[in-house]
Design a protein around this ligand. Sequence first.
Ligand code: GS8
Length: 220
Amino acid sequence: PKPELVLLDFSVSPYGQRCRIALAEKGLDYEYSEQNLLGAKSDLLLRSNPVHKRIPVLLHDGHPVCESLVILAYLDEAFPDAAPALLPSDPYARARARFWAAYTDKVYEAGTRLWKLKGDARAQARDEIVRVLGNLDAELGDKKFFGGDVFGLVDVALVPFVPWLPSYERYGELSVEETAPRLPAWARRCAERDSVAKSLHPPEKVDEFITLLKKVYGIE
Ligand SMILES: N[C@@H](CCC(=O)N[C@@H](CSO)C(=O)NCC(=O)O)C(=O)O
């Protein structure tokens, strides 16, 4: 029979890894479908996400759900019996989790500008990623996870960007240890979870991918 869940994804994508971590945490079976993003995109991807033409896309009984953070919230709602819930039950706590989960995108957006741009533009990207990491470090504080004692939405949203940080440190001449001293221990706690350990790629592989992208974009 056709699988109930299909994930259109791209192995090294941190956004796709968010979905893989959530599906693994919830013990949900799904068909993984690696997409070609560097060449011609599949009809299935173009049909499933005609607006952004991007992965990840979750197909639930053929119905496409687009945008990684939307997929994470959808999994909570569509599979309420598949514990653990990523979002807390209290409305105000949910609102704060959504705020910080959306904020984590800035790590990748500013980090990408670090290796894509030069000179003053790179310096501005460095200032932004230092500010963003500092804000995330402050939000985490002395908690075990962003949600407190439980591994939740913000943790799932942020942890896929961890293997990209060593590259950002090099391109941005910055130190995560100095900028966000509590994030390394948090990242290690996350990496103890099988869902995270099996979804993330090592920093070396991420750095090789950045080098490949620079070639694709013609950036020396
Ligand atoms: N806000 C979205 C970002 C997805 C994305 O950038 N997907 C990339 C691969 S990962 O960098 C992608 O599909 N790029 C293909 C393209 O832009 O052509 C989300 O959270 O799902």
